[in-house]
Design a protein around this ligand. Structure first.
Ligand SMILES: Nc1ncnc2c1ncn2[C@@H]1O[C@H](COP(=O)(O)OP(=O)(O)O)[C@@H](O)[C@H]1O
Ligand SMILES: [Mg+2]
Length: 160
């Protein structure tokens, strides 16, 4: 691939340890802009571990040590002054197991939209609808926005 500027995210010499057990060995991977990249590998090879390192999800796990360079738009993701809320808005993760909060469909979606900004009820209603439409689940949940999200099917929970 072409030069550095064509990459959204670059990772270099990544090693990761769960305690003494090393799970990632010198990973060098870059992700081109405007593309879709798939990571394929056997179960246990480190795909999830690597993905979690990209938005610092290991930060709160005691005993996990992450080494290497992670550049997102050429900024060091692991630098002390990197805004973690902003990072996780821009590098999100859809888990293999759906993980809605144990409250309503509406509040699950509104939770992220409310983060870090004041927003009117009317605007929030609109934004929740827009988000659910974009995820292709609006028609299935529009009559049960107040119902607990844990009562949805697995696939519906995933999209919510
Ligand atoms: N929290 C953890 N503590 C210790 N070892 C872990 C932990 N999570 C994953 N591992 C180990 O790290 C390796 C990579 O796991 P993982 O990233 O989940 O693989 P994949 O997603 O490719 O199936 C495996 O050997 C797994 O057992
Ligand atoms: Mg996995």
């Amino acid at each position: 691939m072409a030069e550095k500027e064509n990459y959204l995210l670059t990772t270099k010499n990544v090693n990761l340890f769960y305690g003494k057990k090393q799970a990632l060995f010198d990973i060098n991977l870059s992700f081109p802009k405007n593309g879709i990249t798939a990571l394929i590998g056997p179960s246990g090879s480190g795909k999830t571990t690597y993905l979690r390192s990209l938005n610092r999800m290991h930060d709160l796990s005691p005993g996990v040590k992450v080494e290497g360079k992670f550049l997102f738009h050429n900024n060091d993701i692991y630098s002390d002054n990197f805004d973690l809320v902003d990072l996780r808005k821009r590098i999100g993760m859809v888990f293999q197991q759906p993980t809605p909060f144990p409250f309503s469909v509406y509040d699950n979606v509104a939770f992220g939209l409310r983060l870090g900004k004041k927003i009117s009820k009317h605007q929030l209603d609109e934004d929740v609808e827009k988000a659910l439409r974009q995820a292709g689940v609006w028609n299935e949940v529009k009559d049960r926005l107040g119902a607990n999200a844990l009562g949805l099917s697995g696939g519906q929970q995933q999209r919510v």
